[in-house]
Unconditional design. Structure first.
Length: 748
């Protein structure tokens, strides 16, 4: 995970933008259930009456309410209203917090006035208190009504003004009513007060049907607006997350490729080609997919979960224990799945590697497989790797398939539990239908947040393995690197004088040197050849010159400068290398010959093709130099491929040519013509040839005979035939008696 977050941090600006958009999306998402609750509780049940603080109130009702308020509360109420034309009072524009304070103050006064009005049309003299200050009769029912005759708001104000009823008596009556209602007082007061407000609006001639419709349209419009904002935020999050994840994937592939290109042969030996391909494609794809999920789901889950918990706490339903139960069950399920599935995800990438390796070996080795009739064996080998991967994928797939039904069972069970508990609360009068609906929605949002985290947690182990495998490649420090201070500019023009000075080399992990105490010089304008048995170290010497490996002991110099003090780019710009196996790239013939760069002219390309004896077969092709070359050069023969590889090195016009047994695919006639053209056309460059055939190097200015990593002979063909037994043995195996007799004789 740390590596994945490290990759995301590279785009921290966009990630922060995504987080802000997710907060906006979560805020909108969490607001909708409350609006749904308001539509049910206020819009439908309360006919759109949202507050006890009425928009308009008759003067007598206003004054009657003031009788039940403490002095500071009365002052707050009077400050919140203004009287128009000496009649009704109109509510000023207030903040939501101020409205809620008024609602809390006005509930009981509305309830008391409503209860008194419901007892009758007037108050008889006999029922009224005989003297000012005499206590009113105690209330007898849960609405706070006394056994006195009914009082309307105007009559109550007149009685208080006449001194027949005191505010203390009214406050005492109010306290007794609240005591009778007990724990359910808040819910009952709210519901009964709304009825009183509704009656007051009707008394003033308000059309409550139109009032209700306005509230529903206003609330519905807000929900629609919030939904549009939420949708826009979600779209932007998806867009930005896709950009970030694509950028992460692009950067990783570029870094892996750049790192692999910088590897020497030693680092390449640590990783198989199939593994590097898997790490550059499948592993990067896993990380890219997880990055999208992290940005779109995992970051959203805690935001919506925490917000849902806050909203649930604000609903005051008394069912918080249901949330704790749901979260506990989800965590248990996640722990079980993690313990079962995670080890298999760690194995999966290794099995993908194995399948790619087997596939690559089979596809590249098809000719040999067919020649030895090993199709059945290779099919069985592929089937085994395929079955192992399939079995692991089936196991993890079943685990994930089990997770979804289990989560749905938990969610549906929690839904039933909420409805059951909420129905009891609604029946008892301490919970409204809308509040239960909102609580249910918030609970599902919280559970879904955990579900999203669970789903991504199944993918994280595989992505974590992929990230570690990528970091294994990126963490490798190439053994071959440029010196901190190079000597590239020390010479204006290099001549190509190459010298080995007591060079020894040992492959990483080997027990003994591959070549030892090698001393020779390759001079400009002369040809040096290396010959020896297979595995004696001929190609190793060329790889040391190119710095595919660095020498273990001694040094190699170019014009007297240690090649380790030259930059790799400078060193290799001086060398034209033709490998033993010709390698071509997809494109055309011209692009392959001009592989060193656009600075190579058509004339130089033509000349290189002439020297490499490639012009004839190129001209025979319909497109000439524009003829297409398939990937790997599969549409040309081995000899043609080798001649194009030689032409590519010649077109570069290097100071030193390295031919690693490059003439083995050529017939004797072409070989002789090519070497003759090389000698005539490129007389100022140094040439180093590794060969298996003596006929290729007969006329070399210097021949090195290599055996078991040591130079056992050095000289011309004639001198070696006279002095080197190893060279004589090679000559006898390749040349006829007539050729041996005519070219230096044989030492008995």
């Amino acid at each position: 995970m740390r590596n994945i977050f490290k990759y995301l941090w590279e785009s921290k600006g966009m990630v922060m933008g995504i987080i802000l958009l997710l907060i906006v999306q979560a805020f909108c998402d969490l607001s909708l259930p409350q609006y749904t609750s308001d539509i049910v509780d206020i819009g439908i049940q309360q006919e759109g009456i949202a507050h006890l603080a009425m928009e308009e109130m008759r003067a007598e009702t206003f004054e009657a309410i003031c009788l039940f308020l403490q002095p500071e509360q009365e002052q707050q109420l009077r400050d919140s209203y203004q009287q128009k034309e000496g009649e009704s009072y109109h509510l000023k524009k207030l903040e939501q917090e101020e409205l809620e304070q008024l609602d809390a103050m006005l509930g009981m006064p509305f309830l008391m006035i409503s209860g008194m009005e419901q007892m009758g049309a007037g108050m008889s003299d006999a029922a009224a208190p005989k003297e000012a200050g005499q206590p009113l009769n105690a209330p007898k029912d849960r609405a706070g009504q006394s056994d006195t005759a009914g009082l309307d708001a105007a009559a109550l104000v007149q009685l208080e003004a006449a001194g027949m009823v005191t505010r203390e008596q009214l406050w005492e009556l109010e306290a007794q009513a609240m005591e009778r209602m007990g724990e359910q007082s808040e819910s009952i007061i709210r519901q009964q007060a709304i009825l009183a407000v509704k009656a007051e609006y009707e008394a003033m001639g308000w059309d409550l049907g139109q009032y209700q419709m306005r509230y529903l349209l206003r609330t519905g419009g807000k929900m629609l607006g919030i939904t549009l904002v939420m949708m826009a935020a979600a779209i932007c999050v998806g867009f930005l997350a896709s950009i970030v994840s694509a950028k992460v994937g692009c950067n990783l592939r570029s870094r892996i490729f750049g790192k692999v290109v910088s590897f020497s042969h030693g680092e390449m030996d640590q990783f198989s080609t199939a593994s590097l391909i898997t790490r550059s494609t499948n592993d990067v794809q896993q990380i890219q997919m997880v990055c999208v999920m992290l940005l779109r789901m995992v970051l959203y889950a805690p935001i919506i979960g925490i917000g849902g918990v806050v909203k649930v706490m604000s609903t005051k339903t008394g069912m918080g224990w249901v949330i704790a139960l749901a979260v506990g069950l989800v965590l248990v399920l996640v722990a079980i799945l993690m313990g079962v599935a995670m080890p298999k995800f760690r194995v999966m990438q290794t099995l993908v590697d194995r399948l790619n390796l087997v596939s690559r070996e089979i596809l590249t080795g098809i000719p040999v497989i067919r020649a030895f009739s090993r199709e059945s064996h290779e099919e069985a080998r592929f089937a085994e790797a395929n079955r192992n991967l399939m079995a692991t994928q089936l196991f993890t797939g079943r685990a994930m398939n089990f997770m979804m039904p289990a989560m749905m069972l938990i969610m549906n069970g929690i839904t039933v539990l909420i409805v059951f508990s909420g129905a009891k609360g609604i029946d008892q009068g301490n919970l409204q239908v809308g509040d239960m609906m909102a609580f249910l929605t918030y609970t599902m949002q919280i559970v879904m947040a955990f579900l999203m985290i669970t789903m991504i947690s199944i993918m994280l182990p595989r992505a974590g393995v992929a990230a570690r495998r990528i970091e294994e490649v990126l963490a490798v420090e190439p053994a071959i690197h440029d010196a901190s201070v190079t000597r590239d500019e020390e010479k204006e023009q290099f001549e190509g004088l190459l010298s080995f000075e007591r060079v020894s080399f040992q492959y990483p992990g080997a027990d003994e040197n591959a070549v030892e105490q090698i001393d020779f010089t390759v001079e400009p304008g002369k040809t040096t050849a290396i010959i020896g048995s297979t595995g004696c170290g001929k190609s190793t010497l060329l790889h040391l010159i190119l710095r595919f490996y660095d020498v273990t002991e001694g040094r190699i110099t170019m014009d007297g400068i240690d090649i380790r003090q030259l930059s790799q780019k400078k060193l290799r710009s001086l060398i034209g290398f033709v490998p033993q196996k010709g390698v071509l790239f997809s494109g055309d013939i011209a692009s392959n010959i001009k592989f060193d760069g656009a600075h190579i002219t058509d004339e130089q390309m033509q000349k290189a093709a002439d020297i490499a004896q490639a012009t004839k077969f190129i001209e025979e092709k319909e497109g000439g130099f524009a003829s297409a070359i398939a990937q790997g050069g599969t549409n040309v023969s081995g000899g043609q491929k080798q001649r194009l590889s030689i032409a590519r090195a010649i077109a570069k016009q290097p100071k030193l040519f390295l031919f690693d047994d490059s003439f083995s695919a050529l017939d004797y006639k072409t070989d002789a013509a090519l070497r003759s053209a090389l000698k005539e056309q490129i007389s100022d460059a140094a040439v180093l040839i590794v060969a298996q055939r003596i006929s290729t190097i007969l006329h070399a200015d210097q021949i090195l005979v290599l055996e078991d990593g040591h130079i056992v002979g050095k000289g011309t063909h004639e001198s070696l035939m006279a002095s080197c037994a190893t060279y004589q043995e090679i000559a006898r195996s390749q040349l006829s008696e007539a050729e041996l007799g005519g070219k230096g004789g044989v030492v008995a």
